[in-house]
Ligand binder design. Structure first.
Ligand code: ATP
Ligand code: MG
Length: 583
């Protein structure tokens, strides 16, 4: 029955390890996590010549940062050892699953940089074979059709401290069971009327072994098999056998499946498939101030709390991509988090640092003003525009330069001016001087206010001798600020994102609604330098002194930008300041 499995068999077993395997075995052993160590041992001992893994998402939602870890592990170990990885949709639960999710998952895995190379499968591809396996278990006398209701089954199951009791239908004859199973499949019963169960041990201390369900009746259309089936296999059964059919060598899953391993092995012991996978568990990755449960993420979407699965505040791959996180930063982050058996809650700052590190090197610099305050240079000629040369990256001359228009009326950042400034404020204050980056030194002569007493404009004068790059440009002032020219600037709506939750571990909150950050999105009307109109859609840039930004890919209006991440971790900065004050 395991002969014609619809998976590829096109690789040759060699007795000599391949070059990639040899390279892997010779690589630094200290950097290996415990799973890579097991894999290395198995390759070294010759137990396996080639490693096969799978990433098995259920298509009932979009992938999140936790899945990134599983993807990088499963695809990573086979990339390193020249093995192969299946992308297998674990689609045994119709009703909650959809082809929208299937397509989103494929897009996300590809974007992360991994290639399943034609090994795209579904648990539902094996529905015939799984059904045959169920018949075999019935014939062996180790599975039976139960007609207890779901509630009765629950009450018969016992508790962690009390053994369960046998169903009155447990000892049905093989013949009767085969007949009932066939009729279940033929659609003669309603949902929940019958269930196929494994006959293991109702008093086992492991609840998973108390005659677990193998098949249940669901008269629901399936996103992949349509109306072919009205009975669907349970996860543990389908998962174990799908692993065996695909000849998965190392079935890597998260720790909550540790208790399921005895059942996994029970299926393999009973059915003795030609290939026996080994299940290994590792701990889930949890990100602080974020939730990593598809059910809860779905609730955020359904309740309209966020814009969608790809809202840039979501810890989904689609959200982080739209936010502007590079795929390489996500891979770097999970690498830093490591594969262990210990529960982890990793600071958002660690992820943000991975993002900053990559963008710091890659992102060209641009000028933008998020909260504009007008500056008029009273001694600068009207109707004149000078082009200033600006470096695209301070550390990478190969990025070249661009021209920035400079004129009599400019925007600067509101925060860069203080009327009553403390002594150590080195930006603009009345009577004070500051350098405009790539421009001139200016002095603030006059502060204009509206009737409400708010500062609405600064009258300044510029020193024509101090143009950046000119002979006298080294006249020193303490502060340098960014700016854009009013007439040439473009308007943009810039979205500033913050954490979605106010507590480090919203996963454990009784009601996550109670710990949502009401200020997770702030939109400002910003002014950008004109070159940003020609920005490639997915190109991230640094707005000097402000952070990393990208054009929002989902907005029809071209001038919507997302803040990817600030320049420094403002939390870390506060901590550092506090520590310095103590010194
Ligand atoms: P969720 O709780 O979000 O629904 P799940 O485990 O039910 O997650 P699946 O689609 O079944 O979601 O997950 C596919 C694979 O990703 C599984 O092998 C699972 O173990 C792994 N995975 C899911 N969440 C995490 C996580 N937080 N950290 C590491 N791996 C994870
Ligand atoms: Mg799951």
């Amino acid at each position: 029955m395991y002969a014609n499995c619809p998976v590829d068999k096109h690789f040759a077993y060699n007795s000599a390890p391949s070059k990639t395997v040899r390279q892997f075995l010779m690589s630094e052993t200290e950097s290996r996590d415990f799973i890579r160590q097991i894999i290395s041992d198995d390759l070294e001992s010759g137990k396996h010549q080639q490693i096969t893994t799978r990433f098995p998402p259920e298509p009932n939602g979009y992938l999140h940062i936790g899945h990134v870890m599983s993807i990088c592990l499963n695809f990573g170990v086979t990339e390193e050892t020249g093995g192969r990885t299946y992308l297998r949709f674990d689609d045994t639960n119709p009703g909650k699953e959809s082809s929208e999710y299937v397509e989103a998952i494929k897009r996300d895995v590809r974007w992360l940089g991994f290639d399943w190379g034609g090994r795209l499968t579904h648990a539902s591809d094996y529905f015939n074979k799984l059904y045959d396996a169920a018949i075999k278990l019935v014939e062996m006398g180790v599975a039976y059709v139960d007609s207890l209701s779901a509630e009765e089954i629950r009450s018969y199951r016992g508790t962690l401290t009390e053994p369960g009791k046998n169903s009155p239908h447990r000892d049905r004859s093989v013949k009767e069971n085969l007949d009932l199973l066939a009729r279940m499949r033929a659609g003669e019963f309603d949902d929940g009327e019958m269930v196929l169960r494994a006959k293991i041990d109702m008093s086992s201390p492991n609840m998973n072994l108390r005659d677990p369900a193998l098949y249940r009746i669901r008269h629901v259309e399936h996103q992949h098999t349509g109306n072919t089936w009205c009975i669907y296999p349970m996860y543990d059964f389908a998962h174990t056998l799908s692993d065996a059919f695909e000849e998965i060598t190392h079935s890597l899953c998260t720790l909550e499946f540790e208790d399921h391993r005895p059942l996994y092995n029970w299926f393999l012991d009973q059915l003795e498939p030609r290939h026996r996978p080994r299940q290994i568990e590792f701990s889930r990755l949890n990100l602080a101030y974020a939730i990593t449960s598809k059910r809860k993420l779905n609730a955020l979407v359904e309740e309209g709390i966020v814009e969608g699965w790809d809202d840039p505040r979501m810890p989904t791959i689609a959200g982080m991509r739209r936010r502007g996180y590079p795929a390489a930063a996500l891979r770097d982050f999970v690498h830093r988090a490591g594969v262990t058996k210990k529960d982890k809650l990793i600071e958002m700052g660690v992820l943000e640092n991975s993002v900053r590190e990559i963008l710091g090197e890659e992102a060209p610099r641009r000028m933008a003003v998020l909260k504009p305050l007008k500056v008029v240079l009273t001694n600068y000629p009207e109707n004149t525009v000078e082009m200033m040369e600006a470096m695209n990256h301070p550390a990478r001359p190969e990025f070249g330069t661009r021209e920035l228009p400079f004129s009599r009326e400019l925007w600067i950042e509101q925060d860069d001016f203080m009327e009553e400034a403390p002594r150590k404020f080195f930006r603009l204050k009345p009577g004070g001087e500051v350098r405009l980056r790539f421009g001139y030194i200016i002095r603030c002569d006059e502060v204009i206010k509206n009737d409400a007493g708010e500062v609405i404009e600064l009258r300044c004068s510029y020193d024509p001798e101090t143009r950046s790059g000119s002979a006298n440009s080294d006249r020193k002032v303490k502060g340098t600020i960014h700016w854009v020219s009013c007439a040439e600037s473009i308007d943009a709506s810039v979205r500033l994102y913050d954490r979605l939750f106010t507590v480090a571990n919203p996963n454990t909150a009784e009601d996550f609604h109670a710990v949502m950050n009401a200020d997770s999105l702030q939109t400002v009307a910003a002014k950008l330098e004109p070159s940003l109109a020609a920005l490639e859609n997915d190109e991230p840039v640094q707005f000097e002194r402000l952070g990393y930004f990208c054009a929002d890919s989902e907005s029809e209006d071209e001038s919507v930008f997302n803040r990817i991440v600030t320049l420094r971790d403002s939390w870390a900065k506060l901590e550092k300041q506090a520590m310095q004050e103590q010194e």
